[in-house]
Design a binder for this molecule. Sequence first.
Ligand SMILES: *Cc1c(COP(=O)(O)O)cnc(C)c1O
Length: 399
Amino acid sequence: MLQTDYIKLEDKFGARNYKPLDVVLERGEGVWVWDVDGNKYMDCLSAYSAVNQGHCHPRIKAAMQNQMKKLTLTSRAFRNDQLGMFYEELCALTNSHKVLPMNSGAEAVETAIKAVRKWGYMVKGVPEDRAEIIVCADNFHGRTITIVGFSTDPISRRGFGPFTPGFKVIPFGDSKALENAIAPETVAFLVEPIQGEAGVIIPPHGYFKKVRELCTINNVNLILDEIQTGLGRTGKLLAEEHEDIEADITLIGKALSGGFYPVSAVLSNTEVLGVLKPGEHGSTFGGNPLACAVSREALKILTEENLIENAAIIGKKFLSGLKKIKNNKIKEVRGRGLLLAVEFKLNAGGARKYCEELKENGLLCKETHDNIIRFAPPLVITAEQVEWALERISEALSG
Ligand SMILES: *Cc1c(COP(=O)(O)O)cnc(C)c1O
C-alpha cells in the first residue's frame, strides 16, 4: 500500500480531530522511526513526551511480553502481584506517600480534581458544593468536559458547553494574581511547571517558590501537572526540582510507560488521597498488572540509563545550537532540558511549513499554536544525534 492509501483510509473512516503530518510510520527504535516506504526520521516530538525512554525500548518490551504471558487485567475487585511493588517503587523514586493509578493523563487530572474537592469538604471545611480550584490561562490539562471547561483556548472549548463550575482562571507566571485569587473556598491551584502545549512557556524564576508559599499559608493544595514535564524531560526527574519545591499533588502520565501503554498516576500524601473511600472513585484498567509491570521497568530505565542527566546535558547543547540559528523571523528560542521551542514572529507565516520541510529532511516535529515549534526528542538522544538534528534544523530554519 502507498502512504497515500493509508492516509485515505484514515480520512475516510476516522473522525478528523487531528491534522497530522502526512507520514505513515510503521517501526521505531530509540530516537528513530521509519515510514512504510522505509524512510528514516528522527522523532523530535516523542509522542508529546510519552516516549522519553526511546521507541520500543527492549527492556520495556521484554517486561511487557513477560507480564502479558502471565496476567494482564484483574480489575481492582481483586489484588494483583504487581501493584504493590509499582506503588512502592514509584513512591520511593518521587518521594510520595500515596499513589492512585489511572490510565490517561486527563483521568489523572480528573482524579486530582475529585480528591481536592472532597478534601476541601472533609478537611478544610469548605461549605458543600462551594469548592474552587484556581487554574492558569493557556493551560493544557487534557480533553474531558471538565478540563476543556477551564481551558482558555477557544478551539478546545467552543461548542462543548455547558461546563463544570468551580474553576477560576488567572495569568500564568504571576504570583500576585494567585495571591489575589485565593479565597476561603479555594481547595487547590492546578498548574503546569512549564506550559508545554502553550509553547514551552517557562515562568519567571522564583514564581514557584512564591506559589508554594502562598498555597501553604492559605491551606491550598498545589497540584503540579507534570504529565509532560515530569520523568526526566526537563533534566530533572520532576520539573518542580528546578525551583526546589514540592507539590502537594503531582500528576504524571505519558512517559510513565515509555510509550507502551496508557498509564498515569496521582501522587500525593495520605491527607489528600486518604479522603477517597471504597466505591468513590475507580477505573477498570487503572493499576492493572500489565500497566504496573511496564511502568516499573520504564521508571528503572530513567535512572539506570542516566536519562535524566542526559536530558540536562544534551538539552543545553540543543538549546545553544538552536540559539545560533539566524533568521529574523524567529522571535525567541527557549527550553529546559529536552523540552525546547522556537517561536516565530507573527509575520513568519506560521511554523507548519518548517515542520513540513524538516520532515523532508528526515526530522519529525510538530507546530504548537500556529507559530511555535516544539523540539522534544527521546531522552536517549546522543550528542552526535543532536549535532545531526541541529544541522537539519539550521538548514530548514535559516532565512
Ligand atoms: C498530555 C497532557 C495531558 C493529558 O494527557 P492525556 O494522556 O492525553 O489525557 C495533561 N496535562 C499535560 C500537561 C499534558 O501534556
